[in-house]
Design a protein around this ligand. Structure first.
Ligand code: FES
Ligand code: FES
Length: 159
C-alpha cells in the first residue's frame, strides 16, 4: 500500500492505496463519494469526470497515486450547506437531468469549463460535453443549463 495525501472537496485526506488503484475507486469505495459514477471504465463516457487542480479529468483513467498532493473536487463538493451550486440549480431548472447517471460528470465538466472560461459560448459548451455520453436527455438541455449557470455566476465567486 502507498500513502497519499489528497485534498478532496477542501479536506485533506491521508490514505493508503494500492499501487494500481484508480482514483474513481478511491473516491467511491474508500471515501464513500459515490456521486462520481462509473460508466464505461475506459475513458469513453465521461460519467467519472471530477476536477483535479481545477481541470476536468476522467477518474477511471487516473491512478490515485498520480493525484498525490492534488486538489480534487467531486460533485459532493459543489454545494454549500443546503445551497446547491448554480450549476446544480440550472440543471434542475432546465430539466437537464433524467436518470441522472451522466449528470455529475456533465456538471463537473461544466464547472471546469466555467473556471477557465467564465462566459463560454454555446460552441465551447458543446465541445466541453463532447466526451460525455447521455442516453436520456440529449444534449440541448445540459448545454442550456451550463450557459445559464455561467450567466448567473458572472461576477460572483463560487468554488
Ligand atoms: S467511466 Fe470514465 S470515461 Fe467512462
Ligand atoms: S440523464 Fe440519463 S444518461 Fe444522462
Amino acid at each position: 500500500m502507498i500513502p497519499v495525501t489528497i485534498h478532496i472537496n477542501g479536506e485533506p485526506h491521508d490514505i493508503l492505496v494500492e499501487p494500481g488503484e484508480r482514483l474513481l475507486d478511491t473516491l467511491r469505495d474508500r471515501l464513500g463519494l459515490t456521486g462520481t459514477k462509473e460508466g464505461c471504465g475506459e475513458g469513453q463516457c465521461g460519467a467519472c469526470t471530477v476536477n483535479l487542480n481545477g481541470k476536468a479529468v476522467l477518474s477511471c483513467l487516473m491512478l490515485t497515486v498520480q493525484a498525490d498532493g492534488a486538489r480534487v473536487q467531486t460533485i459532493e463538493g459543489l454545494q454549500t450547506g443546503l445551497d446547491l451550486h448554480p450549476l446544480q440549480t440550472a440543471f434542475l431548472d432546465e430539466a437537464a437531468v433524467q436518470c441522472g447517471y451522466c449528470t455529475p460528470g456533465m456538471i463537473m465538466a461544466g464547472h471546469a469549463l466555467i473556471k477557465d472560461h467564465p462566459d463560454p459560448d454555446e460552441a465551447r459548451v458543446k465541445a466541453c460535453l463532447a466526451n460525455t455520453l447521455c442516453r436520456c436527455t440529449g444534449y440541448e438541455k445540459p448545454v442550456r443549463a451550463i450557459l445559464k449557470a455561467a450567466g448567473k455566476m458572472q461576477g460572483t465567486r463560487h468554488d
